[in-house]
Design a protein around this ligand. Structure first.
Ligand code: FDA
Length: 453
């Protein structure tokens, strides 16, 4: 097989939003780049595909007002956004299975539970503002908050189980997609701080505000188009030789020598690359303490958005349902109606243990608990299964195990010789989101440009 040899200023490993942003910025700054992408497509965790005639966003899709780096990029690329449908009532299902319609952010729970939720949200907003997203590990309370799980921390604050289950959901099922006992209170606070406040995560109309016409994968697609021949698909990097002089990246079909490297893949995949010499002890240790969560993103397309006629917005929540949250995900200008729902962590494990037909039935029954029996009969049904994707292995993004953030956080972006790290998983603002991927790409490009000057 012919193998191509290239020599550039910077080799970028991974053509996700982060790697492509770094490549774009470095190119604009006059540096030559080569982007090596394992898959036969760009975008990584952003992927729009047509499934049985329905255009579906299989990965990341929503844009919120705090995500200013993403919004700037959308403007630069001339991409249009539209609002998620949100007219009418949302629905909440309690532990007993009772459905209640509601409007606004706060779930319709008993007055005392509501008060407890408001108290916890205010407390978390305060802690989040104090600790911030940039260096949570440097806060005087970091070690203490990192030694206790999110679940345990909530148990220490309130005896109200329903308040606890609901507050836990905003971080556990809905964001880190890990059980609430599997990550720390400090990690939860970083998640909230990265989105501006805990209140923002409670407000679905804020955090899931806008979508991009044609899908959010347009961002990496357009960035890659502008980079042209510099982007190499089907080129997984297997080996990265490095020294103070520079690097050589060995990918399938192409070898690139460069002065600097950007590893723009999620941290759970770093070990897929054989570093020569091996990375220092600190990195080898740290990379074992960070992992992706697991969530099934379920797409159900119907002839019409039938829930709208019933006065429902499509927004649904319950920590007690298999599908813990669901939304109207109808594409702009589409006469058909689409619902999107999410099944996280232990519930996702349980579903994947079932044959696919039974899994589908169970998941649709959960949608029917929110929207009625019409939800049982979609014309298109699809489950995004990122856990099976070799070059991702989970969703949405990475987080540390208990105690890992305070122990290692300060070093997650520290370069190793000529090697720099860039992805949404190591972001401050926009952590776990496309916005964070773009912010890290920009920052990494700036840092590298400074060393090449
Ligand atoms: P990303 O993982 O996208 O890119 C890494 C790239 O590196 C991939 O293309 C991969 O193939 C490649 N790669 C890996 N190993 C390699 C190797 N050895 N050699 C070469 N290439 C290699 N965000 C948001 O803002 N709003 C949302 O609504 C959502 N929702 C959402 C839903 C689902 C189901 C998922 C999976 C994710 C989201 N997200 C999201 C998160 C968001 O999609 C994610 O944070 C960013 O797209 C990550 O971009 P990065 O460039 O950091 O990594």
């Amino acid at each position: 097989v012919d193998s191509q040899s290239l020599d550039v200023d910077v080799v970028i490993i991974g053509a996700g939003a982060s790697g492509l942003t770094a490549a774009t910025r470095l190119t604009a700054d006059g540096h030559s780049v080569a982007v090596l992408e394992a898959r036969e497509r760009v975008g990584g965790r952003l992927w729009t595909d047509t499934i049985d005639g329905a255009l579906l966003e299989l990965g990341g899709q929503w844009v919120s007002p705090d995500q200013t780096a993403l919004i700037e990029t959308l403007d630069e690329l001339g991409l249009e956004t539209y609002s998620r449908y949100r007219e009418g009532d949302s629905v909440y299902v309690n532990a007993a299975g009772d459905l209640t319609r509601f409007t606004g952010e706060l779930f319709p729970v008993a007055a005392e539970t509501q008060q407890e939720m408001e108290r916890l949200i205010a407390m978390l907003d305060e802690l989040t503002a104090e600790i911030g997203p940039t260096e949570p590990w440097a806060h005087p309370r970091a070690a203490e908050l990192d030694a206790v799980s999110w679940n345990e921390w909530l148990e220490q604050q309130t005896d109200d189980v329903e308040a606890r289950d609901n507050i836990a959901l905003f971080i556990a099922e809905a964001m880190l997609t890990k059980p609430s006992h599997a990550f720390s209170a400090l990690q939860a606070i970083l998640m909230a701080a990265s989105a501006g406040s805990f209140s923002h995560l409670v407000d679905a109309d804020y955090i899931l505000d806008k979508r991009v016409a044609g899908g959010l994968q347009q961002v990496p697609i357009k960035l890659a188009e502008a980079l042209g021949d510099a982007v190499h698909l089907g080129a997984p990097v297997r080996r990265l030789a490095w020294s103070d002089e520079g690097v050589t990246a060995y990918a399938d079909g192409v070898t690139v020598t460069a002065r600097r490297a950007v590893v723009a893949v999620p941290p759970n995949l770093y070990t897929r690359i054989a570093f020569e010499p091996p990375l220092p002890r600190r990195q080898q240790q740290m990379h074992q303490h960070v992992s992706l969560g697991l969530v099934i993103k379920v797409h159900a397309v119907y002839e019409t958005p039938f829930w709208r006629e019933a006065g429902l917005s499509g927004t649904a929540f319950s920590p007690y349902q298999l599908v813990h949250e669901a939304y109207d995900n109808t594409n702009h200008g589409d006469p058909r109606g689409t619902l999107v729902g999410f099944v996280s962590d232990l519930k996702a494990d349980a579903m994947f243990a079932l044959p696919s037909e039974e899994r589908k039935r169970r998941i649709l029954e959960s949608l029917a608990a929110y929207y009625g029996p019409q939800a049982l009969e979609p014309v298109v049904y699809y489950e995004s299964d990122w856990g099976s994707e070799e070059w991702t292995r989970g969703a949405y993004a990475a987080s540390f195990d208990l105690g890992g953030l305070s122990r290692y956080g300060a070093d997650q972006r520290t370069p190793v010789g000529p090697i720099f790290w860039s992805c949404s998983d190591v972001a401050a603002e926009g952590y776990q989101h496309v916005d964070g991927a773009i912010r890290m790409g920009r920052l990494t490009a700036e840092e590298i440009a400074a060393t090449l000057a």
